[in-house]
Write a protein that binds this ligand. Structure first.
Ligand code: MN
Length: 247
């Protein structure tokens, strides 16, 4: 580029930004510049690190299922999001906010893959190894809130297990906090309780259970109820309590 053209381009930009600053105020310009930086930094989705090894949840969730679930299924949601034309995703917000901005007008590809990525990222954190098969129960304020809402932990476990078992086709079962009350709810496909979808029970997610066949079929085949029974052994109650306490 010639010096003259470079000069014209630079002075033109300065002229524009001065004009824009006058029209919009300095604050908005600075926000626009920030947005520009984010676009230029090539933001994309990444597969979060699994907090344990593939075989760590044995014998309750098997190594092969974990490896395929994480490296193939979760990775596919991430890849599909990253293959979207730039500008389709607003990278100025966190993933929870991105989910809460989803409604019926959102394209299926964004709804399904953003949900898929968000739900699995949370699901991995809400599991923890228990190879010694120790009794695995909630504690702290979450345990008290469960007893208060569902009469007893056993009643809660029964209701959650039943609802998870009855999800028709692919979906998720959730424990959410809705207006200060714990509630068990389910969603189809990769929807979640953050999304603005009609018929969706909205709330803060405390627990998440993936009941897609890919989550259990290799070990449990058609016996989803057995997968759910065993899943209780590897629930990460500390993480659930953390989510509950940061309401
Ligand atoms: Mn899954």
């Amino acid at each position: 580029m010639s010096d003259r053209r470079k000069f014209l381009k630079t002075s033109g930009l300065i002229g524009l930004s001065t004009l824009a600053a006058k029209l919009m105020g300095e604050e908005k310009i600075s926000a626009l510049e920030k947005l520009g930086e984010q676009e230029n930094s090539g933001k994309s989705f990444t597969l979060p690190k699994l907090p344990y090894s593939y075989d760590a949840l044995e014998p309750f969730i098997d190594k092969q299922t974990m490896e395929i679930h994480y490296t193939k299924h979760h990775q596919a949601y991430v890849d599909k999001l990253n293959a979207l034309p730039s500008g389709n995703i607003d990278f100025s917000t966190d993933d929870a906010t991105k989910c809460s901005n989803i409604d019926k007008s959102t394209s299926a590809i964004i709804r399904n893959n953003l949900g898929g990525h968000y739900n699995h990222s949370l699901f991995w954190q809400l599991l923890k190894p228990n190879s010694e098969n120790k009794t695995n129960l909630p504690g702290g304020k979450l345990a008290s809130a469960i007893t208060k809402e569902f009469k007893s932990y056993e009643e809660f476990k029964k209701e959650f297990s039943e609802k998870a078992t009855k999800v028709f086709g692919s979906g998720w079962c959730w424990l959410i906090l809705q207006n200060g009350k714990l509630k068990i709810t389910t969603t189809p496909n990769q929807d979640n309780p953050l999304m603005n979808i009609e018929g969706n029970e909205k709330g803060k997610i405390i627990m998440a259970l993936d009941v897609w066949e890919h989550a259990y079929y290799l070990k449990y085949q058609n016996k989803r109820a057995d997968y759910i029974t065993n899943w209780w052994n590897v629930v990460n109650w500390e993480k659930a309590e953390e989510l509950f306490n940061t309401q």
